[in-house]
Write a protein that binds this ligand. Structure first.
Ligand code: CO
Length: 504
């Protein structure tokens, strides 16, 4: 067969995998949104069957041969071409997927499946000791995984690469350290500032039906198309996509708090716009039809949630509508009071409830801890102590118990080490992209003020969404902004915004 035919065969196989993947994702969506509890066992059997099938089909030696054939042909002559990008990423995925011994994969799955229940129980009882043996085993297996993948420098590189292909621990650590110093300074200024917002404004009764109508209105205004999506309720909100024409978002409503559903919906709609903007029809199942990295994905949700959704121009348009829908709670609140309240900053224990400023400190703490654990610099038994002393240093508050400390997140029990940094990478990229969008569209904020959010959506589609994995995250950022990963635009944005909100 010619290299061209081999490439077509790869496309055909990728499409098949894409179809199985979409079916898997649909079952998972149903699991989180609709499934009756007694179906859990059957559902687990269904999804693990499909997962096994995808793995088998992908690691087929024939796939490796097809990739090699195209690699050694003229088809990849131009490294910037779509074919070259697809082959680059298929090679990367194929090598990773075939490097792990089957026994290790099975052992890892068994261990993490059991660990979830142990972790949930330990968190409920504030008892790290009962989770310690499971965590130790997960860390041991994770180290074995890193060894099997292979890495330069430290083992963390092999894990980070699973979620942020091409990123290195050293460069991320360098940017994060600069960020940490400036965030701690910013937090100190906020703490002593003259204007302290009244955060209680958002902690009032907000009619759930109206929260839903309002959330849908915002999502529609952003360009989320309900003819190719749905908004449903889930305990842990997420976005999922089943190929071209079907991208779904979920949220959860708190009748006594406006922020959870509102900013949650904006966040997930930001993820969804990325999925909707990928060229899936032409590249279904292929890397170019898929998102660039978790960091880039998160940059899309966080830009909409924070840089747009917590901005003055956005609320100049939406506040009167919100006031008319939530008369009792917002009728007597001024614009400035409301704007300050949605930008309220206060150190707290729980990452998922954190504000825009302290959120990243939560991530930096986890990144540091994971890296040290993997390098053997922190013993598992010392995790709570190390966590608590670092937490106090960054946040200025003492951790009262492990449920509010090192036991709060599900990630480690699921074996997801190397994942956390992508949240802050997302925030950093979001600020870099948003600064560039404002340069390219000088009247962007005036447009947002008029309720025109589609101009920004178009810019994102053109510059980011349509490319999928054609460029790796850092290269994409360089192409768009002329610079690689940099914490500066994010700190500029935060320093300006919070100096104004807090009046210092
Ligand atoms: Co997200």
């Amino acid at each position: 067969m010619s290299a061209k035919e081999d490439y077509q065969e790869l496309e055909k196989r990728a499409r098949e995998l894409g179809l199985i993947g979409a079916s898997y994702a649909l079952l998972e969506w149903d699991h989180q949104v609709n499934m009756p509890p007694k179906s859990a066992e059957t559902r687990a059997e269904m999804t693990s069957y499909l997962a096994g099938m995808m793995h088998e089909k992908f690691v087929d030696p024939k796939v490796g041969e097809l990739i090699s054939s195209v690699e050694s042909s003229d088809l990849v002559k131009d490294p910037e071409s779509i074919i070259a990008a697809n082959i680059r990423e298929l090679r990367h995925q194929y090598d990773k997927e075939t490097k792990l011994p089957k026994e290790l994969v099975e052992e890892f799955e068994k261990t993490t499946a059991l660990a979830h229940g142990i972790w949930a129980e330990a968190r409920k009882n504030n008892d790290f000791k009962t989770f310690e043996p499971a965590l130790k085993k997960i860390v041991d297996l994770t180290k074995q995984k890193a060894e099997a993948y292979g890495y330069e420098g430290e083992p963390y590189n092999a894990l980070l690469d699973n979620y942020e292909p091409g990123a290195t621990t050293a460069e991320v650590a360098d940017v994060f350290e600069k960020l940490r110093v400036e965030l701690v300074e910013l937090l100190a200024k906020i703490k002593d500032a003259p204007n302290q917002p009244d955060g209680s404004i958002i902690e009032r009764p907000y009619d759930v039906k109206n929260q839903q109508i309002f959330g849908e209105l915002v999502a529609k205004t952003m360009g989320y198309d309900f003819d190719e999506g749905r908004l449903d309720i889930a305990t842990h909100p997420f976005t999922t996509a089943f190929g071209p024409g079907d991208t779904r978002i979920t949220t959860r409503y708190n009748p006594n708090r406006l922020n959870d559903a509102l900013f949650g919906t904006i966040h997930e709609a930001g993820h969804a716009l990325y999925e909707m903007g990928l060229k899936k029809k032409e590249n279904f199942g292929m890397p170019v039809g898929d998102s660039a990295s978790l960091g880039i994905h998160e940059s899309q949700s966080r830009m909409w949630e924070n840089m747009v959704g917590r901005s003055k121009p956005f609320w100049n348009y939406f506040f009167p509508i919100a006031q008319s829908m939530f008369r009792e709670s917002l009728g007597h609140v001024s614009f400035d009071e409301f704007y300050a309240a949605v930008n309220y900053v206060a150190p707290s224990y729980i990452r998922v409830e954190a504000d825009e400023v302290t959120y990243n400190l939560h991530i930096l703490l986890r990144f540091e801890m994971e890296r040290a654990i993997l390098n053997g610099d922190i013993k598992i038994a010392d995790v709570p102590g190390e966590w608590n002393s670092r937490f106090e240093k960054y946040f200025g508050i003492k951790v009262d118990n492990d449920a509010n400390g090192c036991l709060q997140d599900v990630h480690w029990s699921a074996g997801l080490m190397g994942y956390f940094p992508t949240y802050t990478l997302g925030n950093i990229y979001a600020a870099q992209f948003y600064a560039q969008a404002n340069k390219d569209i000088p009247d962007l904020e005036q447009r947002v003020e008029r309720g025109d959010l589609l101009t920004l959506r178009e810019w994102l589609r053109e510059n980011i969404h349509q490319h999928g994995q054609r460029y790796r995250a850092n290269d994409l950022c360089k192409r768009i902004t002329g610079e690689g990963l940099s914490h500066k635009p994010m700190m500029d944005y935060m320093n300006k915004k919070f100096a104004e909100v807090y009046g210092y």
